[in-house]
Design a protein around this ligand. Structure first.
Ligand SMILES: Nc1ncnc2c1ncn2[C@@H]1O[C@H](COP(=O)(O)OP(=O)(O)OP(=O)(O)O)[C@@H](O)[C@H]1O
Length: 318
């Protein structure tokens, strides 16, 4: 269902650092009211793309727009887009509250927004504590609080789950879901599909700076199949074939049937007089799929065609 709101559009976006192409003719879009995972192995070009989207670095060619406008042309940037690119860039001697107040003041927002956001992100007790003493999880929450100060329509988070414990990840999932439900556009990057698998609605997967897959997480899972354990897999496969279902015995003694209709499989087995010891839906192994899609493309490990580290200019940061 289409939701009224602000869309992110990336069109033929390219970024070259010298002779090295970090982002290569990349196009995708991010819909409002949904959480989109921006995924790819280390060095795939995620951060570089987000930095171009936020106007922190210029692109070599192509466009990246938020609600149809480049970041630098937004009339009310902090009310349109909030971003947390790194969880570590806080003044270590400043308290969490002061950190937020400084950002709020720069954006023309009242001081009370700082306390509201500390409350909302679950770190009110950390308000007076120096940010330098924060745990990684608290820094992530403070980064999120800073991104949300202006109540933006669009939220862009780079590896937000990094450093969070399972409870923190659970909290983040619920928090982002409630923001998406209120119509916000949410883009989160991760180098681990598993980490965001249960959080995101859509995925944009890149490798070597190029798009390899864009779609909903359901599409990525594909149609589920039926995994059956029975006394005679070959016989059941034959009986299923008569019912127009292709089924293949597996090495572990199970049978994998190309259907999501578990009831049909059970009925066919009953008619064939075969016992069902196990019957369950089996979806695609996303971890394996992600690896397949992005295989051998971790340029930071020298697996790709070009070694990114070698192409990096002196003193440049990733
Ligand atoms: N300023 C720069 N100069 C040269 N190369 C750069 C620069 N910034 C990034 N790169 C290179 O561009 C490639 C993409 O980097 P980027 O940080 O965008 O990847 P990423 O997908 O965010 O990876 P990670 O998951 O490790 O953060 C890497 O090979 C990186 O070394």
């Amino acid at each position: 269902m289409a939701v009224a709101g602000t869309t992110i559009e990336v069109r033929n976006l390219t970024k070259r650092f010298g002779g090295f192409t970090a982002v290569d003719d990349l196009s995708f879009h991010v819909a409002p009211g949904r959480i989109t995972g921006f995924l790819g192995p280390n060095g795939a070009g995620k951060t570089t793309t987000l930095r171009m989207l936020l106007g922190l670095i210029g692109q070599t060619s192509g466009t990246a727009t938020i609600g149809g406008q480049a970041y630098r042309d937004l009339s009310n940037p902090s009310g349109t887009v909030g971003a947390a690119l790194e969880a570590t860039n806080f003044h270590p001697g400043r308290s969490g509250r002061d950190h937020l107040r400084v950002i709020a003041a720069a954006a023309g927002l009242p001081d009370r927004r700082a306390d509201e956001l500390l409350e909302l992100t679950g770190i009110p007790a950390a308000a007076r504590k120096r940010a330098g003493a924060y745990s990684m999880g608290m820094r992530q929450r403070l980064g999120l609080a800073a991104a949300l100060l202006g109540d933006p329509q669009v939220l862009i988070l780079d590896e937000p789950a990094n450093g969070l414990d399972p409870e923190g990840i659970r909290w983040l999932r619920g928090f982002l879901r409630s923001l998406a439900d209120s119509g916000k556009t949410i883009l989160i990057s991760s180098h681990l599909l598993q980490e965001v698998e249960t959080t995101v609605d859509d995925v944009v997967i890149i490798a070597n700076g190029r798009l390899v897959r864009e779609g909903s997480i359901e599409e990525l899972h594909g149609t589920s199949r039926a995994l059956v354990r029975t006394s005679d897999p070959e016989s059941l496969a034959g009986a299923l074939r008569v019912a127009d279902v292709v089924a293949r015995p597996q090495q572990d003694g199970t049978l994998l049937a190309e259907t999501d209709d578990l009831r049909l499989v059970g009925d066919v087995a009953l008619r064939a007089g075969l016992p069902i010891w196990q019957l369950q839906a089996k979806t695609a192994d996303l971890e394996a799929l992600f690896f397949e899609l992005t295989e051998g493309s971790n340029r930071n490990l020298g697996g790709g065609a070009v070694d990114g580290a070698a192409a990096r200019p002196e003193g440049a940061s990733a």
